[in-house]
Design a protein around this ligand. Structure first.
Ligand code: NAD
Length: 416
């Protein structure tokens, strides 16, 4: 068997966009306008390291489309972050915010660095310098960054502070901040909570009782760990989790409290004594109802898609299933719930945070969680209804809904 050449992440998102345009009959000139990002910025970030060396990092902020509101998207610190990946993630944000119908466009940022090997002082210096370099293109009504892989609420606090030096105290310029600086209750858990809401809806849709569902989760960072927590709270059995070092499996269900303690003590889920050690590849091949890739892009590709034994794949990470892998899954009758739907809980609560910041009026946790549930459930039902009605994949339905909204917003404002 010849292994198909995988598309790059930006080619993949463009491919889905094109398919949606074909389905909707979008004119070529409108396609061309939307496909290319509105703006791409690449900056040099010199940082004096703790040992006295000057290291020069490269950072990106790519604003894909702003027809429906200010650009919105996370900032990734990762050794493999590059412009191609950031461009793909920026486009995905455009479709995600449109799908859940929140008033934002799409953007993404990234810095090529390994935050795990950097001190807190170095990370703060990097973040402040990066923020100053992009401060003229971000802003509460322009572009609002948030955390992603390798960044967190502390990174956002530094960004907000560096932005304030030039523009005055503006908490709404970033989301995912600490609560003390205008962060929203529930933001930290939001993506994982959203994933669990989608799994709950899907379980109902596929006729699998929640208390009988068995789940395996790849990646145990912010998204993976909160997904595990909420799924298990909802009665679902989490039989395996993993991180970059490897995973652990227990067919009877993992004890997540003990696992969390092990993670806090050792920095990894690997080696947890409450189960058997497994590799990431073994985790992906486990028999389960829901397989949740919640680490990085490209985890399920044409080389391993035939080994997946889950009933449904739930894309908690961005781009975890490549287009050729999805074709293989599809032929084998395994549906794939797409990233733009599944992990939209994070940007949705970011929207609530931004709304609280600009109104100077905080919400309580119940209000956040209830509003999140309403939006996620509505989005799932819209996608599921369209997929069934038109007999298309969930991803194609999600893209068709999202692309339709962006095209309409663009056309209403008048084309050049
Ligand atoms: P994180 O940095 O908190 O966690 C990432 C996890 O993946 C860690 O457990 C890490 O060890 C693991 N990992 C890294 N490389 C791996 C590998 N090769 N194999 C297996 N595991 C590996 O990141 P996060 O915020 O949880 O984000 C995870 C994914 O979800 C990313 O794709 C991100 O873009 C997406 N996402 C995150 C949010 C959010 O709010 N944090 C929102 C939407 C989408």
């Amino acid at each position: 068997m010849t292994v198909p050449v995988e598309m790059t992440p930006f080619e993949a998102v463009t491919h889905y966009f094109d398919q949606a345009c074909d389905r909707l009959g979008v004119k070529d000139e409108v396609r061309a306008l939307i496909c290319t990002p509105d703006r791409e910025v690449r900056v040099e970030i010199p940082v004096r390291m703790d040992d006295g060396r000057l290291e020069v990092f490269i950072g990106y902020r790519i604003q894909h489309n702003g027809s429906r509101g200010p650009y919105k998207g996370g900032i990734r610190y990762h050794s493999e972050a590059n412009d191609e990946e950031v461009r793909a993630l920026a486009a995905l944000m455009t479709w995600k915010t449109a799908l859940v119908s929140i008033p934002f466009g799409g953007a993404k940022g990234g810095v090529t660095c390994d935050p795990r090997t950097m001190s807190s002082r170095e990370l703060q210096a990097l973040t402040r310098r990066f923020t100053r370099s992009i401060s003229n293109i971000i802003g509460v009504n322009r572009d609002i960054p948030a955390p992603d892989v390798g960044t967190n609420s502390q990174t956002m606090a530094w960004m907000m502070s560096a932005y304030a030096e030039e523009h005055g105290y503006t908490p709404g310029v970033v989301t995912g901040k600490p609560l003390e600086l205008g962060g929203s209750p529930g933001r930290e858990q939001a993506t994982g909570r959203g994933v669990s809401l989608i799994v709950k809806e899907a379980a109902r849709d596929f006729g699998i009782p929640m208390e009988e569902t068995v789940t395996a989760i790849q990646g145990f960072g912010n998204v993976g760990s909160w997904t595990a927590h909420f799924l298990s709270q909802g009665g679902c059995k989490v039989i395996a989790v993993s991180d970059v070092n490897g995973g652990v499996r227990n067919g009877g269900g993992l004890d997540l409290d003990r696992l969390q303690t092990h993670l806090e003590n050792t920095g990894t889920v690997y080696g947890f004594p409450g189960g058997d050690a497994i590799t990431n590849e073994e985790l992906l091949g486990l028999e389960c109802d829901f397989l949740v890739p919640a680490a990085l892009g490209g985890a399920i590709h044409s080389g391993n898609a035939s080994k997946i034994k889950a009933r449904v794949v739930v894309e908690a990470a961005n781009n975890p299933v490549t287009p050729s892998a999805e074709n293989i899954l599809n032929e084998r009758g395994i549906p794939c719930l797409p990233d733009l739907l599944v992990n939209a809980g994070g940007v949705t609560v970011s929207y609530f945070e931004w709304a609280q910041n600009i109104q100077r009026f905080p919400w309580d946790l119940d209000q956040v969680n209830e509003s999140l549930e309403q939006i996620m459930v509505r989005a799932y039902r819209d996608v599921s209804a369209k997929a069934k009605e038109e007999e298309i994949r969930y991803r194609d339905a999600a893209f068709a809904i999202a692309v339709g909204r962006v095209v309409r917003a663009l056309e209403l404002q008048g084309l050049p």
